[in-house]
Design a protein around this ligand. Structure first.
Ligand code: XUL
Ligand code: CO
Length: 448
């Protein structure tokens, strides 16, 4: 990828293309571990990891929190004569950033890219205008769209939900927005389309018909799928589970809940899971639990890479930094066959008080390095074979004989019971060796 910026303005003038300098480097604006061309197993690092930059956190969020106003002074906002022009400047800055960082993908919501107009038609026109610009910039910068989505949660009209809104008119307006966002995603060659159910849930059951709302959600997703397929969309649809925030209870609570919902409604052929680390934590799960659960159902798709703050009960969306967590995640992802259409999207934001222009680069560099380390550790575990070998051996009694018959459904409960009685006293006290495996994992973590 070339050093790249458009127009007559460079928005990050003091920063060039981020190089790989290796673990000994003390340059904060260099990768220490992410070496895109390096082969790990059968693929290059960049093809394993498929990094994406999130348009909303990196170019729209301004550090505002419930207690304070904006702290991030985005240079691309100053001097624009209209919201549309501001959106164009923001897009130029976005592609300059993504290109200099060397991420291959990005993700966006319709409203991140183009401002809402005075009518649905005007909003769509704005989006089409910006999509035209994005198409050119994607090509020039060698950047691709991982997935697109519609923001169905910011505007006041969605305060009671979008597809699950009790008013039909709002559901229909949400459809207008999703239709335009699907068109935009197709136009930009998006490999996926994501549904995060921001306000698809409830605040109180006293005013909610839960059964009806869930049926409406299923209907809405089916219609969106049918429309996109009719338009020739070949990519994957993702549902991104989150248990709460902004609603008290969100219908896409966690991976297991979403799997049940997709299968109940015949959506499991087209939809997969986009799993976010911080959302897993809010649901009371480990990130890797959610990944493993999706993989076990054959529905693992993509990742929103970030981390929470274990002592907070909300979505802090911090950049991932724990090698332990990235190694666990990459081990599950590699075992699931790796990414196909999905990737690692940094749904993460720099802190409110990270106000230097280079902070955005440093945050992404750290996140990319953390996953590169995780990938290498995961590959080491697979190559060495002791952990996967242990798990295989642990279940070996199902590999042949009566155990294999049981798995194939060839034993009745009576037969199973008779086998159990004849083996009484022989089985059950085999060590799970968790501490040994944890020690091994720590050795791999240090490259030993
Ligand atoms: C919100 C969240 C969203 C989705 C896209 O918690 O994760 O940014 O990723 O709508
Ligand atoms: Co997300």
């Amino acid at each position: 990828m070339a050093d790249f910026y458009v127009g007559n303005k460079e928005y990050f003038p003091k920063i060039g293309k981020i190089p790989y300098e290796g673990p000994e480097s003390d340059n904060p604006l260099a990768f220490k571990f992410y070496d895109p061309e390096k082969k790990v197993g059968k693929k290059k690092m960049k093809d394993h990891l498929r990094f994406a930059v999130a348009y909303w956190h990196s170019f729209c969020a301004d550090g505002t929190d419930p207690f304070g106003s904006a702290t991030h002074q985005h240079p691309w906002i100053a001097g624009a004569k209209s919201p549309l022009e501001a959106a164009e400047h923001k897009m130029d800055a976005a592609f300059e950033f993504i290109s200099k960082l060397g991420a291959e993908f990005y993700c966006f919501h319709d409203r991140d890219m183009a401002p809402e107009g005075a009518s649905p038609a005007e909003s769509e026109k704005n989006l089409v205008t910006l999509v035209g610009r994005a198409k050119k910039l994607q090509k020039a910068a060698g950047v691709k769209l991982l997935w697109g989505t519609a923001n169905l949660f910011t505007h006041p009209r969605f305060m009671n939900g979008a597809a699950t809104n009790p008013e039909f008119g709002v559901v229909a307006l949400a459809a207008a927005q999703v239709k335009a966002a699907i068109d935009a995603t197709i136009e930009l060659g998006g490999q996926g389309y994501t549904f995060w159910g921001g306000r698809e849930g409830y605040m109180s059951l006293l005013n909610t018909d839960l059964k009806r709302e869930k049926e409406h959600l299923a209907r809405f997703l089916s219609l969106a799928r049918d429309y996109a397929r009719k338009q020739g969309f070949k990519g994957v649809f993702y549902i991104e589970p989150k248990p709460m925030e902004p609603t008290k209870h969100q219908y896409d609570y966690d991976t297991e809940t979403v799997i049940g919902f997709l299968k109940t409604n015949g959506l499991d052929k087209d939809f997969r899971l986009n799993i976010e680390a911080n959302h897993a934590e809010l649901a009371g799960h480990d990130f890797v639990h959610e990944l493993e659960t999706a993989a076990a159902a054959g529905l693992f798709g993509s990742v929103d890479a970030n981390r929470g703050e274990p002592r907070n009960g909300w979505d802090t969306d911090q950049f991932p930094s724990s090698y332990y967590e990235t190694a666990q995640a990459m081990y599950t992802i590699l075992n699931a066959g790796g990414f196909t259409t999905g990737g690692l999207n940094f749904d993460a934001k720099i802190r409110r008080n990270s106000v230097d222009p280079q902070d955005l680069f440093i945050a992404h560099i750290g996140g990319m390095d953390a996953f590169a380390v995780g990938l290498e550790i995961a590959q080491r575990i697979i190559n060495d074979g002791r952990i996967p070998g242990f798990v295989k051996k642990r279940y070996s009694s199902f590999g042949s004989g009566d155990g294999a018959k049981f798995e194939k459904g060839e034993l009745s409960l009576e037969e199973l019971a008779a086998i159990g009685q004849s083996g009484y006293g022989k089985y059950g006290l085999t060590s799970g060796r968790q501490e040994y495996l944890e020690n091994l994992f720590n050795q791999y973590l240090l490259g030993l």
